[in-house]
Design a protein around this ligand. Structure first.
Ligand SMILES: O=P(O)(O)OC[C@H]1O[C@H](OP(=O)(O)OP(=O)(O)O)[C@H](O)[C@@H]1O
Ligand SMILES: O=c1cc[nH]c(=O)[nH]1
Length: 178
């Protein structure tokens, strides 16, 4: 097995800062934006994006978390996943621009489940997607609006995002089982 670090703390910080600027530019400000992190690591990343948006002059952006466990299409194959909290800002998501935040985008199935989960919560004006790492190999017609880094990978590899809030330090690592 081999591992290689493809993003370090500085790279992750710069990517989040850039994505924050892109969110502000695309939405002509961030006053109608809500960030919903997908547990587990999407949630601390959403908080960091919110801080970066505020630093970039976009003002305060609410952050919540969206658990997708019960909406997954592999629930029957893997029934032991523990649900995580869904926490929606008090004013809800109606007529807001929801930016879903996740660490890795791969098959797209987690994001499909997130879109399903959102429909029971409200009707946003638009839903956008921010991911720290896009490793390709999509199985559904889903793409990210904001990407920290595109990581060409083989299917046998696995991408691990470490965030200091949960792990020891910030890093993005590709693990090759061979
Ligand atoms: O595009 P996909 O094929 O759905 O893969 C991406 C998802 O996989 C990982 O979550 P995982 O299910 O491993 O759980 P975790 O967040 O608890 O690590 C990652 O955090 C994404 O949410
Ligand atoms: O490589 C992968 C694939 C799915 N989810 C991850 O976090 N990494």
């Amino acid at each position: 097995m081999s591992q290689r670090t493809v993003m370090n703390e500085g790279d992750i910080h710069r990517s989040i800062t850039r994505m924050a600027h892109e969110i502000i530019e695309r939405n002509e400000g961030a006053e109608n934006v809500i960030l919903l992190g997908i547990p587990s690591r999407g949630v601390p990343l959403a908080h960091r994006l919110s801080e970066a948006i505020e630093k970039a002059g976009g003002g305060h952006v609410d952050v919540g978390s969206l658990d997708v466990t019960m909406h997954r299409d592999d629930l029957r194959r893997n029934p032991t996943r523990a649900p995580a909290p869904t926490l929606i800002p008090d004013d809800g998501i109606d007529d807001m621009i929801v930016v879903l935040v996740d660490d890795v985008l791969y098959s797209g199935r987690t994001i499909r489940a997130a879109l399903d989960a959102l429909t029971s919560i409200g009707r946003p004006t638009a839903v956008q997607l921010a991911v720290l790492a896009d490793r390709g190999h999509r199985e559904l017609p889903i793409r990210a609006d904001y990407v920290g880094k595109n990581l060409p990978t083989s299917r046998s590899e696995r991408v691990y995002v470490h965030v200091a809030d949960v792990d020891d330090a910030d890093a993005v690592i590709i693990e090759d089982p061979r």
